[in-house]
Design a binder for this molecule. Structure first.
Ligand SMILES: Cc1cc2nc3c(=O)[nH]c(=O)nc-3n(C[C@H](O)[C@H](O)[C@H](O)COP(=O)(O)OP(=O)(O)OC[C@H]3O[C@@H](n4cnc5c(N)ncnc54)[C@H](O)[C@@H]3O)c2cc1C
Length: 460
C-alpha cells in the first residue's frame, strides 16, 4: 500500500519521492539539496525531535566545519547563517608541560575552520529543511525495511513505498543492516583501542587561563591526549582520548580510571594545567559515558533503489575533524548524481558509489594517521623541523607543495588526491630532514628538486 499521494508540480510532472532515514547531520542537509532539485522528501528519525528534546550528554558537543562542509552549506543557501554562530579557529595550541606553542593551520590568510555546536547545527538544518517543504517524522521505529520493494513500515503499521531510500542513519545504521540481508556486503568495523570522554571548561576558567579562543588546544602525551574546542559563549568542550584497556601498571586508560580519586590523581599528574580548568572533573568524569571510535569499511553502499551516506556508509575516527564534512560532501555529490538529466536512479547510485568510495577510503586512512600526529608527533623535534621545511617549500611552490592538512581542510580537492600527494610530500620531508638537527643543515636544493620532479602543479 502506498500511503503517499502522487505529488504533481505545476508543470504536470510527477515528483520522485525520497525517504531519508536519519535526521542527524547528513540527512536534513541532503533533504534540503534534494528539495532544491524538485524531489519530494520525507525523513524518518528514531529519536524525538531534538529541537524540543535535547540529546543526552556524551556525544561530541561541538564539531569543526571546514571547506567541504561550508561548500555544502553554501549550496543549501545557509553558509552565512551557520557562520553567525560558529567560532573561527585558526590553528592548534600545543601544550607540553607548562609551555604552549601556536601552530597556524595554514600560511594563507583567512584559512580557518569553524567550531559549531552539534545541537544548534542539527536544529538549524531541521528548520531549514522544513521551510523547504521536507516532512519529518520523529520517534519512528522502522520495523521493516524492504529493499526489494523500496518499502518502509513503521511501528504503527504504516507502510510507505518510495522511489529512493537513503540510509543517513549513522554508524549503527538499520538501512545498512537491511542491505546486508539482501545482497553480499562485507562490513568490517575496526574499533580503535582508544575511547573518548567529554569534559567542560567554563567561560570564567577559560578567561582566567587566557586560553586562546581561536585555537584548538591539544595536550599531547604520546600514548594519549586531551584536546579542547571553543564554543560561541567563550567556554570550551574538552575531550580526553585514552586507551580503553589497562596497560601494565599505568593509570592512563578508561578501565583504570574507575574511581574519583584516581581520576583526580591522573589528571593532576598528566594534565596539571588543564585539570585546574575542568569543571567538576570527578563528577563529570564519573557520570559521562566513554565514546567508542571506529573505522567502518562497507564493501557496497547501494542496492536497487537504496543507498547509504555519511557514517552509515563509512564511519571514521574523528582526528581529522572530517566525518561530518565528508558526510556533507556525500550529500552534495549524491544530489548531483540524482539530478543528472538521465533521471535513472539506479545508474545515479552506481555512479555515486564508484566515484566516492576511493575518496572516502582515503580520508578514513588520513583520519587514523592524524591521531598519531596529534597525540605523539606534534611536539617532537622531527615534526617541528618538517613543519619548518614544509612552510618553506609551500612558500616557494604554492601550487605544487600544499600541506596535506591544507588540501583536506581548506580545499575540496578529492581526498584521494590529498592522500596520494600527502604521502609523496611526507617522503620528501622525511628524507630531507634525515640526520639534520637544524633547518640550516637541510639540503634545500635536493628537497626542491624532489618537489619539481614528483609533484605536478595543482590548479588551486
Ligand atoms: C568525538 C567526535 C568528534 C567529532 N568531531 C568532528 C568534527 O570536528 N568535524 C567533523 O566533520 N566530524 C566530526 N565528527 C564526526 C561526525 O560526528 C559524524 O561523522 C557525523 O555526525 C555523521 O553524520 P551522519 O548524519 O552520517 O550521522 P549522525 O549524525 O550520527 O546521524 C544519524 C541519525 O540517524 C538516526 N538514526 C539512527 N538509527 C535510526 C533508525 N533506525 N531509524 C531512524 N533514524 C535513525 C540517529 O538518531 C541520528 O539522528 C566527530 C565525531 C566524534 C565521535
Amino acid at each position: 500500500m502506498n500511503l503517499l499521494h502522487e505529488i504533481t508540480d505545476p508543470t504536470g510532472m510527477t515528483r520522485r519521492q525520497v525517504a531519508i532515514v536519519g535526521a542527524g547531520l547528513a540527512g536534513p542537509l541532503l533533504a534540503c539539496l534534494l528539495r532544491q532539485h524538485g524531489f519530494e522528501v520525507i525523513v524518518f528519525e528514531k529519536r524525538a525531535d531534538p529541537r524540543t528534546h535535547p540529546a543526552p550528554e556524551g556525544r561530541s558537543l561541538n564539531l569543526a566545519i571546514a571547506e567541504r562542509g561550508l561548500q555544502a552549506l553554501r549550496l543549501a543557501g545557509i553558509e552565512q547563517d551557520v557562520l553567525s554562530y560558529a567560532v573561527p579557529v585558526s590553528g592548534r595550541m600545543v601544550h607540553v608541560e607548562e609551555k604552549s606553542s601556536f601552530h597556524a593551520y595554514s600560511s594563507r590568510e583567512g584559512d580557518v575552520i569553524w567550531s559549531v555546536q552539534r545541537s544548534q547545527l542539527n536544529a538549524h538544518l531541521l528548520d531549514v529543511a522544513e521551510q523547504k517543504g521536507v516532512r519529518f517524522f520523529f520517534d519512528i521505529d522502522l520495523v521493516a525495511i524492504d529493499l526489494q520493494a523500496s518499502r518502509l513500515t513503521t511501528q504503527h503499521g504504516t507502510t510507505f513505498i518510495f522511489d529512493l531510500i537513503v540510509g543517513a542513519d549513522g554508524a549503527n545504521s538499520a538501512v545498512r543492516d537491511a542491505l546486508t540481508r539482501v545482497c553480499d556486503v562485507d562490513c568490517e568495523c575496526e574499533i580503535l583501542a582508544h575511547g573518548y570522554k567529554e569534559l567542560d571548561i567554563s567561560v570564567e576558567a577559560a578567561r582566567q587561563a587566557l586560553l586562546n579562543p581561536k585555537a584548538l588546544h591539544i595536550w599531547p602525551r604520546g600514548g594519549y591526549m586531551c584536546m579542547a574546542l571553543p564554543n560561541h559563549d567563550g567556554s570550551f568542550t574538552a575531550t580526553a582520548f585514552l586507551p580503553l584497556k589497562i596497560q601494565g601498571q599505568q593509570l592512563s586508560s578508561f578501565a583504570a580510571l574507575n574511581h574519583r580519586d584516581v581520576v583526580r590523581q591522573f589528571f593532576n599528574s598528566e594534565f596539571n594545567a588543564l585539570s585546574r580548568l575542568l569543571c567538576d572533573l570527578e563528577a563529570n568524569y564519573m557520570a559521562r559515558p566513554v565514546g567508542m571510535m571506529a573505522t567502518l569499511h562497507v564493501s557496497r553502499w547501494h542496492y536497487n533503489q537504496t543507498v547509504l551516506i555519511g557514517d552509515a556508509a563509512h564511519q571514521m575516527v574523528p582526528f581529522h575533524g572530517q566525518g561530518m564534512n565528508c558526510a556533507f560532501e556525500d550529500a552534495v555529490f549524491l544530489a548531483q548524481c540524482l539530478a543528472a538529466p538521465s533521471g535513472d536512479i539506479g545508474s545515479a547510485l552506481a555512479r555515486y558509489e564508484t566515484q566516492r568510495k576511493p575518496d572516502v577510503e582515503a580520508i578514513q586512512a588520513m583520519a587514523l594517521d592524524n591521531y598519531e600526529e596529534m597525540r605523539a608527533r606534534v611536539s617532537s623535534h622531527d615534526y617541528l623541523l618538517e613543519r619548518e621545511l614544509s612552510a618553506w617549500l609551500e612558500k616557494r611552490y604554492p601550487q605544487r607543495f600544499i600541506p596535506r592538512y591544507h588540501m583536506v581542510t581548506f580545499t575540496c580537492l578529492p581526498y584521494s588526491i590529498a592522500h596520494k600527494r600527502g604521502n609523496i610530500q611526507k617522503d620528501i620531508l622525511k628524507s630531507a630532514i634525515s640526520g639534520c638537527q637544524t633547518f640550516q643543515q637541510i639540503n634545500l636544493v635536493d628537497a626542491e628538486r624532489n618537489v619539481l620532479d614528483k609533484l605536478s602543479e595543482l590548479p588551486l
